[in-house]
Design a protein around this ligand. Structure first.
Ligand SMILES: Nc1ncnc2c1ncn2[C@@H]1O[C@H](COP(=O)(O)OP(=O)(O)OP(=O)(O)O)[C@@H](O)[C@H]1O
Ligand SMILES: [Mg+2]
Length: 241
């Protein structure tokens, strides 16, 4: 039996208005339960690719499908968890960690904005998983940059997504917390079957959990197990365009 893909891109090309092609002829199929690392140089098109996958950008040509529906109009948005790259927090507002994480739970609540006890439990669980239990009621603007990033990771987890896309989640996060994040993602992937797209330059602690690496440089230039990555891509001179 054919397993329905979570993500399916067919012959996708993309250009920003007035720009040249950022991605050319991308085919990508991600099945439920895969843990995929997305790597490549700055400007290679990783963030663009993820935003197309999530239906936030429409391909210039080709087609993008998510949970078997056109990505742009997917009816199951609540199944998505997304941590944008360098997520902008309006940290001047006096919101607490718990309030930020609760906002990530809203798409999963059945009554608009009404948190049930189980929603509150999931919010607390997400906060605990990123190690911020003690700061749960602290104002986000009073936390360090790395703690703020961890709060945003908890926000992405709070809705119990079946597809989790994290764009450079460990920027500014210390090594210990990176390892905790890697363990958390492995747990979500292996125990709960969450499909994960993990964009990074540095895989560090997640490397041992990743079975597939997609290298993006104006298109997909490699897609396979990390062990089969051609040696040339390990060369630091190729990390820049
Ligand atoms: N909003 C935008 N408008 C116009 N061009 C853009 C926009 N966003 C990105 N680009 C261009 O598209 C290309 C790919 O950018 P993208 O952000 O997808 O790369 P990336 O692989 O995520 O890079 P990084 O590793 O720096 O995050 C770059 O040349 C960039 O300048
Ligand atoms: Mg990027």
């Amino acid at each position: 039996m054919r397993v329905a893909p979570v993500v399916e891109l067919r012959s996708v090309s993309f250009a920003y208005p007035r720009g040249g092609d950022v991605l050319r002829d991308v085919d990508l199929v991600v099945l439920p339960g895969e843990f995929v690392a997305i790597a490549g140089p700055n400007g290679g098109g990783k963030t663009t690719l993820v935003r197309i996958v999530l239906g936030l950008l429409a391909p210039t040509s080709g087609s993008a499908w998510l949970f078997g529906e056109p990505a742009a109009s997917v009816s199951q948005r609540r199944r998505l968890g997304y941590l944008p790259q360098r997520a902008q927090l309006r940290v001047e507002a006096p919101v607490t960690v718990r309030e930020v994480v609760a906002a990530g739970r809203l798409p999963a609540t059945r009554l608009l904005g009404r948190l049930r006890p189980e929603d509150r439990a999931k919010i607390d669980e997400a906060i605990e998983r990123v190690g911020l239990a003690e700061q749960a009621d602290a104002e986000l603007r009073r936390l360090s940059g790395g703690q703020q990033q961890r709060a945003l990771i908890a926000k992405a987890l709070a809705g119990e997504p079946s597809l989790l896309a994290l764009d450079e989640p460990t920027t500014g996060v210390d090594v210990e917390s990176q390892e905790a994040l890697a363990e958390l993602l492995a747990h979500l992937n292996e125990e709960l079957g969450v499909t994960i797209l993990y964009v990074s330059h540095e895989f560090g602690a997640v490397e041992r959990h990743v079975e597939r690496i997609v290298l993006v440089r104006g298109g997909i230039v490699f897609d396979g197990p990390p062990g089969e990555l051609p040696g040339v891509w390990h060369d630091p001179s190729h990390t820049h365009v």
